[in-house]
Design a protein around this ligand. Sequence first.
Ligand SMILES: *[C@@H]1O[C@H](CO)[C@@H](O)[C@H](O)[C@H]1NC(C)=O
Ligand SMILES: *[C@@H]1O[C@H](CO)[C@@H](O)[C@H](O)[C@H]1NC(C)=O
Length: 213
Amino acid sequence: MKCISAAALFLPFVLATDFTVGVGKDENTGKKGLGFDPSSINPAVGDTIVFEFRSGSHSAVQSTFDSPCTGNGGFNSGVMTVDDSLGVDAPDLPTVRLLVNDTQPLWFFDEAGGLCTKGAVLSVNPSTTQTDAAFKANAAAASASPSSASASPSASGPASPSGSGSGSASAGSASGNGTGSAAPAATSPSGAARLAASAPALALAMLAAWAAL
Ligand SMILES: *[C@@H]1O[C@H](CO)[C@@H](O)[C@H](O)[C@H]1NC(C)=O
Ligand SMILES: *[C@@H]1O[C@H](CO)[C@@H](O)[C@H](O)[C@H]1NC(C)=O
């Protein structure tokens, strides 16, 4: 019995949920329209966002809290074009799925739809400091700023492990993943160095052991 209950602890009881988000569907009227329906969701780790595209040309593109209407190089559904003859909830509308890997906030806008500043944005797991309302306010204000490409020192960037030299970090110039990958990247060189340093010692010890035979 103990064995069974112990084994049960390790069974994957996580039930992943699909969060379907209509793109090009007005969340207030339920009809074809501007934005995402719903425009704010709170999926858990392992859940999946299912973008479901309505009439016209739309795309779900990942952006940042500070620059809601500028792609950050992360997720991009690609442009999906749906015929106007299809009803708002017609069966078999095209979908694109995105797995949620953590509970960090994610931000999206409808790039192809082109109405980001009018509210065509989606908040995923907004926080108490980065709220859905503030994100929408940032989007509404985005037209005022000339959204220059230089204005993208996003929170993720700067951690690049400068010491590592010829890394992949510089080439990638990744926007989304900086913080997550930076820490492991910074530690792994020293780990590798330790291993390299200890290798000769190990070889010597083995040699000595072999000689002793
Ligand atoms: C972050 O990195 C992981 C693996 O390194 C990758 O699977 C994921 O797509 C990346 N996410 C973004 C937003 O680039
Ligand atoms: C989660 O990880 C998967 C697999 O690595 C990746 O395809 C996906 O883009 C990630 N999700 C996000 C939101 O970055």
